[in-house]
Design a protein around this ligand. Structure first.
Ligand SMILES: [Zn+2]
Length: 443
């Protein structure tokens, strides 16, 4: 099973100075920064996925600057992402349209021929057909039952585009592997879409629209699709947000999936921000310690404007929290002292009150409990990756993109190892036995 990382320019500055809290003045982000495979010294994934909508153009505003988008078109995906080295030659480069960027439009802004050309010219190894996201989902509908007028129109557009896209790819002698994207409003309609894509000639399908679905719902869809297509047809899950559940999906014979989840959770999850391998089959998670920039954090700035705090007091508390955390890492401050300084600075953020007025509050108590686990276990000392060795305790401090994305990249490395371990375990336990016991369990 291949883990494909969906990139959106997730690089960090290797020269970032944690103590001064800044990058060198002459830093040029794209040129001087390092992608995950550069800062770690190896690729923590089996491939990357680049969405056309993230690159952007005059129709869809992407994340790339105009000159970055131009360079991408000029030198191709592999060179743009600095994956053009022998040690990265085995990595796949998947492309999709980024259907979420035009979800509100009546029709996708890209023609099938144009997308096939884009993938071919930019050197993608795999390209997804031009799909249109369907919003409705009803897990109980079989066959082609139900489906709003809009859902059915999007279903037809997606299949029509897939047919045209495959023909174009073949007629231009494209070197990438085309994937037909499945969109549907129910397990039944997705199975029908998959069946039609196979009839068109596709042997690799990508399941779209999975982002909002829960794991059991995704499984119902996969089961319906698997029953409608040959065992030899490969399946990819697009935007697989439930990446940490991956082990429970192995019976569906998924060839590949793409996700940003391990990276994103480093700074978007309320509790599970730092990954470590677990003792059992799952991962272990730690809460990162929030020490936002006093003079930049919008919430703290509002509190200052309202006269609740003085900016210089916040800056002092911030410095005290950061300084004690680093002293703790060097063994020069104890746990209770460190926790207290962190919580004193957390109070204005969490409770919008000085610590003295809310020391016993429920929110602070919960935070204290989680921070206590993080500081007691010191997980960053248990990781041998280059990021943790270099950033030390700063990797677990929730503060600015250079720390937060570093933590996310560390998570990618832990996650990739996790997947490889699961695959290895499966190779040792013969797959047919697993398949049989799975079938037995379903009966
Ligand atoms: Zn690490």
């Amino acid at each position: 099973m291949k883990f494909i990382f969906a990139d959106s320019l997730d690089y960090v500055d290797p020269a970032f100075d944690f103590i001064a809290d800044r990058s060198p003045a002459e830093r040029q982000p794209y040129w001087d920064d390092a992608y995950p495979h550069e800062i770690l010294g190896y690729a923590p994934y089996d491939g990357v996925l680049v969405s056309r909508g993230i690159v952007g153009d005059h129709r869809v505003k992407g994340k790339y600057t105009a000159s970055q988008a131009r360079r991408f078109g000029l030198v191709g995906a592999r060179k743009f992402m600095r994956l053009d080295k022998p040690e990265f030659a085995h990595l796949d480069i998947f492309g999709d349209c980024g259907a979420f960027t035009y979800v509100q439009e009546d029709r996708p802004p890209y023609a099938p021929a144009e997308m096939a050309e884009f993938y071919d010219e930019c050197g993608f190894t795999h390209g997804c057909s031009v799909d249109h996201i369907i919003f409705d989902f009803d897990p109980l509908l079989g066959n082609m039952e139900g489906g709003s007028q809009d859902a059915r129109a999007r279903f037809d557009i997606t299949l029509e585009n897939a047919d045209g896209f495959r023909r174009e790819a073949i007629s231009m002698g494209a070197e990438f592997t085309p994937l037909g994207v499945v969109q549907g409003w129910s397990p039944g309609s997705m199975a029908e879409a998959a069946r039609r894509l196979v009839a068109m000639g596709y042997d690799y399908l990508a399941l779209g629209g999975m982002v909002p679905l829960k794991s059991p719902e995704i499984k119902i869809c996969l089961e319906a699709i698997r029953n409608a297509i040959p065992a030899s047809t490969r399946l990819h899950i697009l935007g697989f947000a439930k990446a940490d559940d991956i082990d429970s999906f192995h019976g569906f014979d998924i060839a590949s999936f793409d996700t940003t989840s391990p990276l994103i959770r480093a700074f978007k999850d309320a509790k599970q921000n730092y990954y470590l391998p677990g003792d059992g089959p799952g991962l272990r998670y730690y809460t990162s310690i929030r020490v936002p920039q006093a003079i930049e954090n919008p919430k703290l700035q509002r509190a200052v404007k309202k006269g609740m705090f003085r900016a210089e007091d916040l800056v002092r508390l911030e410095a005290l929290a950061l300084g004690t955390l680093r002293a703790f890492d060097r063994g020069e401050a104890d746990l209770e002292e460190t926790l207290r300084h962190v919580l004193v600075y957390s109070a204005p953020l969490v409770e919008e009150r000085p610590y003295e007025d809310c020391a016993g509050s429920l929110a602070l108590a919960k935070l204290e409990e989680r921070y206590r686990v993080t500081l007691t276990d010191r997980p960053w000392k248990a990781c041998g990756c280059d990021i943790c060795k270099d950033a030390a305790i700063d990797v677990i401090i929730f503060r600015g993109s250079n720390r937060n994305k570093r933590r996310g990249i560390h998570n990618l490395a832990v996650y990739h190892e996790h997947i490889e371990r699961l695959d290895l375990k499966r190779a040792v336990n013969r797959p047919d036995d697993l398949q049989r016991s799975l079938c037995a369990a379903e009966r």
